[in-house]
Design a protein around this ligand. Structure first.
Ligand code: FHN
Length: 430
């Protein structure tokens, strides 16, 4: 089968059921927070070295300031699991800046050797993940490395960042052999089970080079998944464009990486936060289209998490606590023929979940032709009255009465138990 026609299948239950993960972008760029020597970047903040053309030796000096006194891996992982409802965490072990957020023997440009804190951040996270039974994946920038003379430097933001371009082409293999593969071995050997390696921006990597990275990973941890951004369509699952929600359900395993504001790394200037309602709706849409939502936070240099991120994630977490049955482990949902601003749907065998996102007096699901045996409010198990009927125009309709005390409420989920295995949405007829 042509690679392009391949339907990605991780064959891993945890990935298919997880639905919601936490992305963490943290590195030296977090110290700058989008500003260097009085100059602001208007691009994503973790790209500041590239966007503002900061010379390598100047940028490297940032490490001397990295001392995250407020970073508490235990608290963060506990929170992600118990309050925010995430099922896995993906942490930047090395982003394009080239700095390792763990103790590396391959390069002293790492968080233990080059900073005053001498803390192995990855070790702290890995221990917390083990303690709370949280899956841990690692972001690793395999192509771009702005610190290594042989790493790629992208100009994809329209910015002529470097004069190192010729060299990088000829010596990329050297960087791959000496830094990438060796560092992959380190992160896969020294930190316990790693559920996935989140490769990114493959650039011009050849099929052979992508495969070399995969082989390096799988030889050490055969169950470790490979993100779509290994390039050449060799990933175990599809990684959708950043913040790009597929309009329709997609076949196979996929994940959408996304930001809470407009940047991945911490920025002092970006206050364009999505609302909890935005995130809840996005989560349900992604899940109903068969994907996982990998939602990002960008800790500050001191290790604290921006308050605005926590505020949003707390509300989403509350929704998941009450309505998680309608999210985790659900399946790709048939496309409902109408655009409703007050509802989104998810499903599993013999169950259709109606996520009610705006206040309603009653729920009318026009063209839903299922036989519903019971309607249950997920947050308290209360049974609701339900009728399966026909409209005077001759269309099937399911009607659920909403009790008075719920009529002003939004963000709750009703589970419809179905005689049929799957949701039946009739096509629109005139
Ligand atoms: O260039 C990176 C970016 O900094 C960020 O890490 C995102 C996350 O998906 N990936 C790349 C751009 O797609």
């Amino acid at each position: 089968m042509n690679k392009i026609d391949r339907i990605p299948d991780t064959k891993q239950k945890w990935f298919k059921e997880a639905k919601y993960g936490l992305f963490i972008h943290w590195g030296l760029y977090s110290i700058l927070g989008g500003e260097y020597k009085g100059q602001k970047t208007d691009y994503i903040s973790e790209w500041i070295m590239n966007s503002l053309d900061i010379p390598v030796d100047e940028y490297e000096k940032l490490a001397e300031q990295f001392d995250p006194v407020n970073f508490d891996a235990d608290k963060l992982v506990k929170r992600a699991k118990e309050e925010w409802g995430m099922k896995y965490i993906v942490f930047t072990s090395k982003h394009h800046e080239g700095f390792a957020m763990y103790k590396s023997e391959v390069s002293s440009y790492n968080v233990v050797d080059a900073t005053p804190c001498h803390r192995d951040i990855l070790k702290e996270l890995a221990e917390a993940c083990r303690k709370y039974d949280m899956k841990l994946g690692l972001y690793y920038s395999q192509s771009q490395d702005w610190d290594d003379p042989n790493g790629y430097i992208s100009k994809s933001n329209g910015h002529e960042a470097t004069n190192r371009e010729e060299k990088k082409i000829s010596d990329f293999q050297k960087y791959l052999d000496e830094k990438v593969k060796s560092q992959l071995k380190e992160i896969l050997t020294n930190y316990g089970d790693i559920c996935l390696i989140w490769f990114d921006t493959p650039m011009d990597m050849t099929v052979e080079q992508s495969q070399e990275c995969i082989d390096t990973v799988k030889k050490i941890q055969p169950n470790c998944l490979i993100s779509g951004r290994i390039g050449n369509q060799l990933g175990d699952y599809m990684t959708i464009g950043d913040n790009y929600l597929p309009r329709l359900p997609l076949d196979g395993d996929w994940e959408m990486p996304a930001t809470l504001n407009d940047t991945w790394g911490y920025s002092k200037f970006d206050h364009n936060w999505k609302s909890p309602e935005d995130i809840i709706r996005l989560l349900i849409k992604i899940v109903s289209r068969g994907g996982n939502y990998l939602l990002n936070i960008g800790p500050k240099a001191d290790g604290s998490i921006p308050e605005e991120s926590c505020r949003v994630l707390n509300v989403v977490g509350k929704y998941l606590k009450e309505n998680g049955e309608g999210i985790y482990g659900t399946k790709k949902t048939p496309v409902y023929p109408y655009e409703l601003d007050w509802a989104e749907f998810t499903c599993r065998e013999h169950k259709l979940y109606v996520h009610v996102l705006k206040p309603r007096k009653r729920l009318e699901l026009l063209n839903c032709a299922n036989h519903v045996t019971r309607a249950v409010l997920l947050k308290d198990g209360r049974r609701l009255d339900v009728v399966c009927d026909m409209t005077c125009e001759g269309d099937a309709v399911v009607i659920i009465d909403i009790p008075n005390e719920l009529r002003e409420e939004k963000n709750y989920c009703v589970c419809l138990e179905l005689e049929e295995e799957t949701a039946i949405f009739d096509p629109i007829r005139g």
